[in-house]
Design a binder for this molecule. Structure first.
Ligand code: SAM
Length: 372
């Protein structure tokens, strides 16, 4: 069964004021340390009950005043769960361990080098996927996102990638920008983005789309018209005041399964699979020049079917990237969206599959690489 659509925003950033508890940090952590002194588990449970009532009281002493700066913010549900976990402990020793962990979450932020995920609060990131099977039952169609561009990916893909592999302010580059899904997500998440699109008409429409997405975080969101196989990223980055990029998201045409333009430089118009892969390799090479070492590149690619044969384009593309000094970190399988065009042909494809002895594509890949 398909999972429900992910929450479009991270819980702490998108929570309504009712979901978020702004607590006065020092009084809150002092209250936790006082619980340490409980003489028995029963006393501790009674004290936790009282603590929750103080937390829950909008006028209570543990709530931060509007002008307070020593503040810690929790999602209401997660904090309740954390207190319940402490109350469920069978020994004081275990309960103290959980109390310390909660106090640490209030006092310290522990992030890694490549994202803003606070590892002291890792349970709060319900929205971040860590499994290799991504099932989305519908695309995120909020704001400027729309499904009108045939061949765009679901916004959840760049969302997941940026949340895992970038910090706020990191530069994300997309050499196959299309309708600008990556750029819209970057704008929302506070990640500057530069996209390149070959087709000037698509780029023009994308600029109109981008203008419809509120620019709340004031980050760069640039779209260049160009051929990514020869594109000069270094000069472009310099022009925008950047020295390097921290994430590259590549969503090329799946060779010729969708015709994007008449332009011979279009990867969809490569005369053979080998030519397609050579062009993909050229794009990877260009991008790699500006990607920081230790940072990530994601390739979103699906397979194709031709002359009675399943062509594993995804894995061939993966091999191509591996030739450019990357290590493979993950292969994610994502369910394939039914586009409007395909839906009408669904029955026909089922018939063809039964006759031809093959299976109808329902998945594509997201290959995740780290630059050595
Ligand atoms: C699969 S679509 C990308 C869709 C995009 N991820 C989105 O969500 O809208 C591939 C895009 O790459 C563009 N493209 C193909 N060859 C290119 C090239 N050599 N340089 C730059 N863009 C190219 C196509 O015009 C098309 O818009």
């Amino acid at each position: 069964m398909a999972r429900p659509l992910l929450p479009a925003r991270p819980p702490l950033e998108n929570a309504t004021p009712d979901d978020l508890l702004r607590l006065a940090r020092t009084p809150f952590t002092n209250a936790l340390y006082r619980l340490h002194e409980s003489a028995s588990v029963a006393d501790l449970r009674a004290a936790l009950d009282l603590l929750w009532r103080q937390i829950d009281d909008p006028a209570g002493v543990l709530r931060a005043a509007a002008d307070e700066t020593d503040v810690t913010t929790f999602s209401r549900r997660r904090l309740r769960e954390a207190l319940d976990q402490i109350a469920a402990a069978f020994t004081l020793e275990r309960a103290r361990y959980y109390l310390d962990r909660l106090a640490r979450a209030a006092l310290e932020t522990r992030t890694g080098a490549i994202n803003d995920i606070d590892l002291n609060r890792w349970k709060e990131y319900d929205d971040i996927l860590t499994d290799s099977l991504w099932l989305f039952d519908r695309r995120d169609a909020s704001g400027a996102h729309h499904a009108g561009f045939w061949g765009n990916f679901v916004p959840q893909i760049p969302y997941q990638l940026m949340r895992r592999y970038t910090r706020r302010g990191d530069l994300v580059i997309d050499p196959f920008a299309g309708s600008g899904t990556t750029l819209i997500e970057g704008r929302r998440l506070g990640r500057p983005t530069i996209g390149v699109e070959l087709n000037p008409m698509v780029a023009e429409q994308t600029r109109v789309t981008l203008a419809g997405e509120p620019d709340g975080r004031h980050v760069l969101c640039a779209l260049e018209v160009g051929d990514s196989t020869t594109f000069d990223w270094r000069a472009t980055l310099e022009r925008y005041g950047f020295r390097s990029a921290q994430l590259a998201i590549l969503h090329p045409p799946y060779h010729d399964i969708i015709r994007f333009s008449e332009d011979p430089r279009d990867l969809a118009n490569a005369p053979s699979i080998d030519a397609f892969l050579a062009r993909l390799g050229a794009v990877v090479e260009r991008v790699t020049e500006v990607l920081d070492a230790g940072r990530y590149l994601a390739l979103v690619l699906g397979d194709k079917y031709a002359n009675g044969e399943w062509i594993p384009l995804g894995f061939l593309g993966m091999q191509e990237v591996l030739r450019h000094g990357f290590t493979l970190k993950s292969i994610v399988v994502k369910n394939f969206e039914q586009t409007t065009g395909k839906r009408s042909q669904k029955e026909l494809w089922r018939y063809r599959a039964l006759v031809g002895g093959f299976y109808v594509f329902k998945h594509e890949y997201i290959f995740i690489f780290r630059k050595a």
